[in-house]
Design a protein around this ligand. Structure first.
Ligand code: NDP
Length: 482
């Protein structure tokens, strides 16, 4: 898949590890090495920034439709490499076959749709009393640093990269060290379509690569998806340097289930939103709030379905629940379950690590608000169920969180649905669906409170990753007071 010379991708060329400084990327399900990743040296980071800085002038001047053509070509190249990418997502990040397919298909659709986003480059014309032409234009920022996570590495890297490129910026991708091979595959795609040198650059490594990129005076913005703790550090660093940020951070999403809904549908929606990629997504359903009158029936069916899912190495394509990404992620899940048990919660299924790195879908009841499963991001396959009697109680419980990313409201009663959604403190909420949803065509993806700042996709990325310029043209000579 990668030859020995492939590693970092800077200024249109590949650079292997310097002095053999590498780290292994391992298959989370088997522990086997999937590939070797170079650690970028400070000089290579500098080279990447200089290359992106230089390329920004010509790339920013290329007409939008031409930039769009590159994205269309990339979309075809991803389709062409479909099997290879799906296998890599399974091997490197423990994705199930379904999740890997979803990532690939979404990326292909997203590239096609986002290639038209250059149209958001129009400005506005202001009214003028004296015939002065007063208007705005949008200009690219320059070099954008994209720091992408390991959980949905293809989509979340490509959303950042494409949002920056179509607006005329150049990019340096710094992937999570746990999904660097996917990032190398992205570089291969851009190399294959002959994207001009320096427009896309990849630096891999860990320790302080991200920080060094943000600190560099020639980088102008950062787009980050990851933990709230790291996001706050990035916001502080970028803020101090007056660089723009888009931050997609953690979540503790609630799915609210009302008594009128078809229970089987509610169970399926909850299972998908809670267990997609083993619950390792920012918009995972981490608190299941169900109306008391249907709670017993709902919980019984939820447990039944959770127990029926096939768990194992996702190289078997029929597997529905893969491994946890790392021991570190597993330990968070174990810690949250221990804390819940100690404080009186009941575990109705799951609750124990299997084969070292697998954690089964786990339904918890008797959950109270002081527990970690209610308060802290788990990022795992836990379904803590709580009950409510009134809509106001459900809303208050859902909003009792430092996070505010997504949410789901499962009811066929639109009046009640709007009453709830209008009052939820989240950046996104879905009626008739769970909390896990994204749209390759267009949307406004992002959260409030500790879930982040800014919105990703379409015109929202475009506006953040460009600068407005106000221009006036005076037909009559202005009269000055002195
Ligand atoms: P982090 O949030 O710590 O992000 C790691 C990435 O950020 C690395 O690429 C790292 O690069 C970079 N980074 C770290 N510190 C800085 C800094 N000060 N400035 C610039 N870049 C920096 O993610 P983890 O993988 O450690 O995951 C921890 C938790 O984050 C998970 O348990 C989960 O709760 C959450 N998470 C949330 C995701 C989401 O979708 N919102 C996705 C993944 C994880 P370098 O090493 O070079 O500094």
């Amino acid at each position: 898949m990668f030859n020995n010379n492939e590693g970092l991708y800077i200024n249109g060329s590949w650079f292997p590890a310097h002095n053999q400084a590498t780290f292994d990327s391992e298959n989370p399900a088997t522990g086997k090495v999937v590939g070797v990743v170079p650690e970028a040296t400070p000089q290579q980071i500098e080279d990447a920034v200089q290359a992106a800085h230089k390329a920004r002038i010509s790339w920013g001047k290329i007409p939008g439709p031409e930039r769009a053509q590159y994205l269309q070509l990339a979309s075809k190249e991803f389709e062409h490499s479909k099997d290879e990418i799906i296998n890599l997502l399974i091997a490197e990040t423990g994705s199930t076959f379904g999740k890997a397919m979803f990532e690939l298909d979404f990326t292909v659709q997203f590239l096609k749709a986002a290639s038209a986003d250059y149209r958001f480059g129009n400005g506005e014309v202001f009214p003028s009393e004296d015939g002065t032409l007063s208007y705005t234009t949008r200009r690219p920022l320059g070099v954008v640093v994209c720091i992408s996570p390991w959980n949905v590495p293809l989509i979340l890297s490509m959303k950042k990269i494409v949002g920056a490129l179509i607006a005329g910026n150049t990019v340096i991708l710094k992937p999570s060290e746990e999904s660097s091979l996917i990032a190398m595959k992205i570089a291969q795609v851009f190399a294959a379509i002959n994207l001009p040198p320096g427009v896309f650059n990849l630096v891999t490594g860990h320790g302080d690569v991200g920080q060094a990129l943000i600190a560099h005076p020639l980088t102008k913005a950062v787009s980050f998806t990851g933990s709230t703790a790291t996001g706050k550090k990035i916001a502080a660093q970028a803020g101090g340097l007056l660089k723009k940020c888009i931050l997609e951070l953690g979540g503790k999403d609630a799915v609210i289930i009302l008594q009128d809904i078809d229970i089987d549908f509610a169970v399926n929606a909850t299972i998908f939103s809670g267990l997609f990629h083993q619950g390792q997504t920012c918009m995972s359903a981490e608190r299941i709030l169900v109306e008391s009158s249907i709670a017993d029936k709902f919980i019984e069916k939820l447990v039944q379905k959770a127990k029926s899912l096939k768990m194992g190495d996702p190289s078997d394509h029929s597997v529905e629940i893969g491994p946890m990404m790392s021991k570190r992620q597993l330990q968070i899940v174990e810690d949250h379950v221990d804390d819940a048990k100690k404080n009186g919660a009941q575990i109705l299924c799951g609750g124990e690590t299997t084969n070292g790195i697998f954690y089964p879908p786990t339904v918890l009841t008797g959950v109270t608000r002081n527990m970690k499963v209610f308060r802290d991001e788990t990022f795992g396959p836990l379904l803590p169920v709580l009950t409510f009697d009134t809509l106001d109680e459900a809303i208050e419980m859902a909003n009792d969180s430092e996070y505010g990313l997504s949410g789901g409201v499962l009811t066929d009663n639109l009046e009640k649905a709007f009453y709830i959604t209008n009052q939820l403190d989240t950046g996104m909420v879905h009626i008739g669906n769970g909390s896990v949803l994204d749209d390759p065509i267009d949307c406004a993806f992002g959260g409030i409170k500790n879930s982040g700042m800014g919105r990703e996709s379409g015109k929202h990325s475009y506006e953040t990753l460009t600068e407005l310029k106000w221009i006036t043209v005076h037909h009559q000579k202005p009269v000055f007071p002195f």
